[in-house]
Design a protein. Structure first.
Length: 127
């Protein structure tokens, strides 16, 4: 089965040895996104809510570049430096997703790239 590399200027460019997304058949693997503003490659200004929104916007941009949307996400992984921020993730997630929600994991981590408070990656299934 062939692989298609997903790229978009609407999300931060890869800052390492990875692709923004990879499509294999009808499955798209969205790489981890931190709250970088695509145009500046700088962290978004603001609190954890703004960081979570920026991450969802970045994931949405890669999903669209792959021909889908966040509605096609079947698995979401959330990495938080502070698990006390998990209620904020739930609150903001409700603005980006509707039922049926994707499967999800929330993992507390010691640190993330660029001192981000949150990172997320996802798996998307297209029809």
């Amino acid at each position: 089965m062939s692989r298609e590399i997903i790229r978009t200027d609407q999300a931060p460019r890869a800052i390492g040895t990875y692709s923004q997304g990879v499509r294999v058949g009808d499955t798209v693997y969205l790489s981890g996104q931190i709250p970088l503003v695509p145009e500046t490659m700088e962290m978004v200004d603001g609190d954890i809510e703004q960081q979570v929104r920026r991450v969802f916007d970045n994931l949405q941009a890669v999903a669209r570049a792959a021909g889908g949307s966040l509605a096609d996400v079947v698995k979401l992984n959330v990495f938080l430096v502070n698990l006390d921020h998990f209620p904020v993730v739930n609150q903001v997630m409700a603005d980006y997703f509707s039922e049926p929600y994707p499967a999800r994991a929330a993992i507390g981590v010691a640190a993330l790239p660029k001192n981000a408070g949150v990172e997320m990656d996802a798996v998307m299934q297209l029809e």
